[in-house]
Design a protein around this ligand. Structure first.
Ligand code: PLP
Length: 399
């Protein structure tokens, strides 16, 4: 018998399972509201102008694709730090932050988890209930015990900030708390600034280690606004980590480009933190890929490209918001016996629509429209062309 006979079989996570089912779906008018991919008004994954120009410049210069430094290039790293913390802010001046290029936001979470496992081998990791499916799996795979903290109230369709704070206060010192910086996945419900301040306070008081997952910077309220959590932790002077993803904000999903930023309370230790992360990268995949990072670096470091990018990013953000408004208006006009206005208060790509598992199943079976059983839909996949069909289908399964 083969060695691999005993490989444990486990199902793919629900997102990947439905993603595969969608690709096997034969109805030509199928609609994918499962995966977190932004499409434009014509239903296409956009190639951003700034990205195209940066790629063209790279090719025109015929630049070779040498091995990169383990941590990525200086221009990439400083660009990411500016995006996170702002120009020349105290945390950067004090040299308390170290940034490493990563393989998407997921790679940043994984290297960060491995760093933490070396430093806090017995720590509990707390993730929001609910959270992105991969959070629990990733931290468990890194060897941690993962718990959840209350986050979402399905009845009020809002954040349970008080319950969350109570749970954080109950965690042992040295626990790791995974926080969604903005555009909470899957609910779309974010903490407001006052609630963030209370969460930062609870982490500081409780000696917790925050790990801020920032997969959607620029998709919530804006690049600066969406960085609030990272900036508050930086001001608080604590040790924390940030996982940045540029998959969505640059529409560079398949380039697998992100960054891990380690922030130390003591500038004297940041070099040790970076060296540990570099050793972990070295034994995982040696060094990171070139193309996506070269594009992101060029955009972040070239003022004209940066301006073009922020404009396009704002365009994506506004389009999603517009689709939320239109979705809610159209659903409310159907008199379904329940309101959908919570969807307009949510931010980012996703919405907890309130659809039940049975309704989500019916949406797939009867209409070829794929949404998660939790009722999560990707509003960034809606457009004026598919919206009427989505609305009619939702109305059909809710009635
Ligand atoms: N974290 C959250 C909350 C996400 O939603 C995602 C993407 O879906 C990621 C991390 C991973 O991003 P990437 O595709 O860059 O690995």
């Amino acid at each position: 018998t083969s060695l691999f006979q005993s490989a444990p079989s486990a199902p793919l996570d629900p997102i990947m399972r439905l993603f595969e089912a969608f690709h096997q779906e034969t109805r030509p008018d199928k609609i994918n509201l499962v995966v977190g991919v932004y499409t434009d008004a014509q239903g296409r994954v956009p190639v951003l102008r700034a990205v195209q120009e940066a790629e063209r410049a790279w090719i025109d210069q015929a630049r070779p694709k040498q091995y990169r430094p383990i941590e990525g290039t200086a221009g990439f790293r400083s660009g990411v730090q500016r995006l996170l913390f702002g120009e020349n802010t105290a945390v950067l001046q004090a040299k308390r932050a170290a940034t490493l290029q990563s393989v998407g936001g997921t790679g940043a979470l994984k290297i960060g988890a491995d760093v933490l496992k070396q430093l806090l081998p017995d720590a509990i990791v707390a993730v929001s209930d609910p959270s992105w499916e991969n959070h629990r799996a990733l931290f468990e795979a890194a060897g941690f015990t993962v718990r959840s903290y209350p986050y979402y109230d399905a009845t009020r369709q809002d954040v349970r900030a008080d319950a969350m704070l109570d749970a954080l206060r109950g965690l042992p010192r040295g626990s790791i708390v995974v926080l969604h910086a903005c555009c909470h996945n899957p609910t779309g419900n974010d903490l407001d600034p006052a609630q963030w301040r209370a969460v930062v306070d609870a982490c500081v008081q409780g000696g917790l280690v925050p790990f801020v997952d920032m997969a959607y910077q620029g998709f919530g309220d804006g690049l600066e606004e969406d960085a609030l959590a990272a900036r508050l932790f930086a001001e608080a002077g604590v040790d924390f980590l940030v996982a940045s993803s540029f998959s969505k904000s640059f529409s560079l999903y398949g380039e697998r480009i992100g960054a891990l930023t380690l922030v130390s309370s003591d500038p004297g230790t940041i070099g040790r933190a970076e060296a540990l992360a570099k050793r972990l990268v070295r034994t995982n995949y040696s060094n990171p890929p070139t193309h996506g990072a070269a594009i992101v670096e060029a955009v972040l470091q070239t003022p004209a490209l940066y301006d073009a990018w922020t404009e396009e990013l704002a365009g994506m953000r506004h389009r999603i918001h517009d689709m939320r408004t239109r979705l809610v208006q159209a659903l409310d006009a159907q008199d379904l016996g329940r309101g959908f206005s919570a969807i307009t208060r949510q931010k980012g790509m996703f919405s907890y629509s309130g659809l039940t598992p049975t309704q989500a199943e019916a949406l797939r079976a009867r209409h070829g429209i794929y949404a998660l059983d939790t009722g999560r839909i990707c509003v960034a996949a809606l457009n004026p062309g598919n919206l009427p069909r989505v609305v009619d289908a939702i109305a059909d399964v809710v009635r």
